[in-house]
Ligand binder design. Structure first.
Ligand code: C2E
Ligand code: MG
Ligand code: MG
Ligand code: MG
Length: 272
């Protein structure tokens, strides 16, 4: 009886795997088409000064909606990485973000970059060319990278970062605190900003979590690296973060990711 059960489960498991594979390759084809036909859209989430609440920048977040509904970037970014589509997708995001926010005075834009893009030896030259074609001030651009970059091709990644920093582009270490990234890595790669992951922010509500967070922020500040907190959802979290020396806030409390026109409407944006 037990044996039968086991066998049944194995069959079901294989059937699931087939379905999963089929679903993935179908998504991959749809994604390829969506990128080619510029059907990846952007939402913008406000980044505000922790002390004054003033809009400092926005993070551009990729959005994709199929006939069956929206697909999360947590799903389609890894597919794009595996299918060799991430370079096109990433440059499309960067280009659209610059077009959208170019006229917003000195508001900065943050764009997420996959470690796969960063280890491409052409990455820095491609970004440099795009910025110059669009006459966009490199100092208004921040590229957000997760620690994955510390694992794969650190040498090529370091070169890409260094040559973009040389023209004024800024770099932020994304999702700090949810993996292996160390404070040392901030220095080694020349990051200009640290973004504290939502999981650390959520832990503020217990005493130990609040201490870890405060210590992390003071370490970064001791290295002159300003900190953005992600996933700030409550006024109580915002208060602790501010008191702990956090420089910028991002999260549903301030604003969800939204269309560019909504940023213009809800936040004071002075025209260039
Ligand atoms: P991320 O860069 O860490 O972006 C922040 C994520 O947290 C976003 O999820 C945002 O919607 C969500 N978030 C912000 N505030 C809150 C909050 O207060 N509460 C909660 N529960 N969530 C909040 P999203 O848009 O689903 O993106 C997920 C991840 O996908 C991003 O994480 C980023 O790693 C990746 N991603 C998105 N767009 C791109 C892109 O254009 N290129 C690359 N390479 N990755 C991207
Ligand atoms: Mg990010
Ligand atoms: Mg993040
Ligand atoms: Mg994240």
């Amino acid at each position: 009886r037990a044996k039968e059960n086991g066998r049944g489960q194995a069959v079901r498991y294989e059937a699931d795997l087939d379905l999963e594979r089929e679903y993935r390759s179908r998504l991959e084809e749809e994604l390829r088409l969506a990128i080619a036909s510029e059907n990846i859209h952007l939402a913008y989430q406000p980044l505000v000064d922790a002390a004054t609440g003033e809009l400092k920048g926005v993070e551009a977040l990729a959005r994709w909606t199929t006939e069956r509904g929206p697909v999360s970037p947590e799903v389609f970014i890894p597919i794009a990485e595996r299918a060799g589509l991430i370079d096109d997708l990433g440059m499309g995001v960067l280009s659209a973000a610059i077009d959208n926010i170019g006229r917003w005075g000195d508001i900065a834009v943050s764009v997420n970059v996959s470690p796969v893009q960063l280890k491409n030896p052409n990455f820095a030259a491609d970004v440099t060319a795009l910025l110059s074609t669009k006459s966009f001030d490199p100092a208004r651009l921040t590229l957000e990278i997760t620690e994955g970059v510390l694992m794969s091709s650190p040498e090529q990644s370091k070169r890409s970062i260094a040559s973009l920093k040389a023209i004024g582009v800024k770099f932020a270490l994304d999702d700090f605190g949810c993996g292996y990234a160390s404070i040392g890595a901030l220095r080694e790669f020349g990051f200009d900003r640290m973004k504290i992951d939502r999981s650390l922010v959520m832990a503020i509500d217990n005493e130990r979590g609040a201490k870890v967070l405060a210590a992390t922020i003071s370490l970064a500040n001791a290295l002159n690296i300003p900190v953005t907190a992600e996933g700030v959802e409550t006024p109580a979290q915002a208060k602790v973060l501010k008191l702990s020396g956090c420089d910028q806030l991002q999260g549903y409390l301030v604003g969800r990711p939204m269309a560019a026109v909504d940023i213009e409407e809800k936040f004071i944006v002075t025209a260039a």
